[in-house]
Write a protein of this length. Structure first.
Length: 169
C-alpha cells in the first residue's frame, strides 16, 4: 500500500518500504537548508535517504546544489526516485548502497539514521504501533549503532568547513 505523506510544502510517496517523514525531520530539513544557503553549499549528501524527503527539500530550495542521496534499501531508493521524478527536480542523484562507499567532498551531509533502540523497536512492532521498516528504525542496543560509522566517515568526506547535520531522538 502506497500512502502520501506531507513534508514541508510538498507531498511524498511513503509506502511501507520507507520511514514516513515526521515533523522532527522537517526541522532538520529547515536547519539544513538554512546552513546550506548561509554557507553556499554546492555539494550535499543525504545518507540513508529513504523516501528522499531531506534530499528533495534541499534540492527544491537550493537549485544550484548537487545532492547525492543514498540508501541501503533498493525499495527505498525506488521510492526516492519516484518522488524525484514526480517533483521534477534535476539536481538529485539517488544511489543504492552504503554511505561508507560515498567519497565526497561534501559541503553538507544530512542524515536521519536509525536511532530507536532494538528493544523499543521490537516492542513497537509487537504492539502494532509501528509499521515502518526495521532497517530504517533499529539503531542497535543503545540506538547509536549507525553513528559509530557515520560520524568518522562524515569527517573524512566533509570539505573544509563542511557540516554534518543528523537527527537523533
Amino acid at each position: 500500500m502506497t500512502a502520501a505523506a506531507a513534508f514541508l510544502d510538498f507531498e511524498l510517496e511513503a509506502g511501507p518500504e520507507v520511514l514516513r517523514p515526521r515533523g522532527e525531520t522537517e526541522i532538520l530539513a529547515e536547519q539544513a537548508i538554512a546552513i546550506a544557503a548561509r554557507d553556499g553549499c554546492k555539494r550535499i549528501a543525504d545518507w540513508g535517504c529513504g523516501s528522499g524527503a531531506l534530499a528533495l527539500a534541499l534540492a527544491a530550495k537550493l537549485p544550484a546544489a548537487r545532492i547525492e542521496a543514498c540508501d541501503l534499501s533498493a525499495a527505498a531508493c525506488a521510492t526516492a526516485r519516484r518522488n524525484l521524478r514526480r517533483l521534477g527536480l534535476a539536481n538529485v542523484e539517488v544511489r543504492e548502497g552504503d554511505w561508507l562507499a560515498c567519497a565526497g567532498p561534501y559541503d553538507l551531509i544530512v542524515s536521519n539514521p536509525p536511532y530507536v533502540t532494538s528493544a523499543l523497536s521490537a516492542r513497537l512492532r509487537e504492539t502494532g504501533a509501528l509499521a515502518d521498516p526495521l532497517l530504517a528504525l533499529d539503531g542497535g542496543p543503545d540506538g547509536l549503532a549507525c553513528f559509530g560509522g557515520l560520524i568518522p566517515h562524515a569527517w573524512r568526506c566533509l570539505a573544509p568547513g563542511g557540516t554534518l547535520a543528523c537527527e537523533h531522538g
